[in-house]
Design a binder for this molecule. Sequence first.
Ligand code: G3P
Length: 216
Amino acid sequence: MKFFIDTANLDQIREANALGILDGVTTNPSLMAKEGIRGTEAIEHHYKTICELVDGDVSAEVLSTDFEGMVAEGKRLASLHSNIVVKVPMIKDGIKAIKWFSSNGIRTNCTLIFSAGQAILAAKAGASYVSPFIGRIDDSNWDGMELISQLSHIYTIQNFRTEVLAASIRSALHIVKAAEAGADICTCPLDSILGLLKHPLTDIGLAKFLEDAKKM
Ligand code: G3P
């Protein structure tokens, strides 16, 4: 399973990248706004900076919701750097735009996926990735991981090349469960990635080794 970081924060991207396990970055308008990035020039500059930091795919989301607008924006975003993957919302014109992008050699990430039906449509249109939002499904009292298992199964038996990118990850346990459910990629906040490191028995064991090392 590949690891992406789900943030537009450059320090967090650098920290995750320094671990040597980072395969890419996902952003969205909320994450960009959180970093205070405003205006087309600043947004494009920020995407380029991220692409120069990480050797992997960087999802950049279109803000238009009509076909022509999404195509124009996506073409521009894709021209910024070869690592850019155009993120497109799961709406009717989004499907049309994904089909256009896949026919024209531009990779896409279909975002805001909450059902298998949506994921099948995105795969048919040629999306490179689909992003099912695990945490938000859990928030509404459904099991987000069931969707990951279902999509992994459907894409395998139907030979879809679209990859399942587990998104809206809220914990280290989500990452483990996504791996178990067959996600191709997990995009995670830095805290969830670092959470994978933690186990109290590791801390206790290391403290004992260091204490005994003094006797060596
Ligand atoms: O990748 C999508 C993600 O950023 C959404 O996460 O926590 O806002 O549901 P969240």
